[in-house]
Write a new protein. Sequence first.
Length: 235
Amino acid sequence: MTTRIGVITFPGSLDDRDAQRAIEIAGATPVALWHGSHDLDGVDALVLPGGFSYGDYLRAGSIAALAPIMVEVKAAAAKGMPVLGICNGFQMLVEAHLLPGGLIRNAHQQFIRRDQRLVVESTSTAWTSDFTTGQEIVIPLKNADGGYIAADDELDRLEGEGLVAFRYAGVNPNGSLRDIAGIANDRGNVVGLMPHPEHAVEEGFGPNTPAAMRSGIDGLGFFTSAIAAVVGAAA
């Protein structure tokens, strides 16, 4: 069985094609989906890509969270389908209440682009099983509204229940509370993060590593994890 992973394009999406290529490199079949449709085309998993959907008017991701296809995304997530929100996609997931908390303007009020060190805090999600707990990875980051916030009791719950998926290491680039870079829902099938794993899947195009320039492929584990989750669920 070939895993089919849908990538939803919204007006203003920038990284949908990159996500499709990452999926293909990981060994799955990418399926292009459109924000105005109610058809998920029978996919096994979903990616909400980065960009500036609807120009980030009102709040980043807030209009996209009301797009027609999000009705189907919510229903699929409720049934356990793996869903990954990357950067703007993470913003959509919190605006759609598929993940808790919110994302606000970076603390320094500037857009940031850097290769960011992350610590993998949880491997019990559909998108992180190919990592090890405590593993440090390097993933490109690029955002202006990446500061993760939540009430103290919600942050305590995320910490206590192991729902923090990734944490910034070395430097907190945007002021996210408790250095949170990505979180998961209670079931572990929905994950959102600000860094961009789709930009670290192919040697020659990823972050620098001690071995060679542009050789980092730490992002590949996100997509191979999802493939394993789909195959395991079907077994």
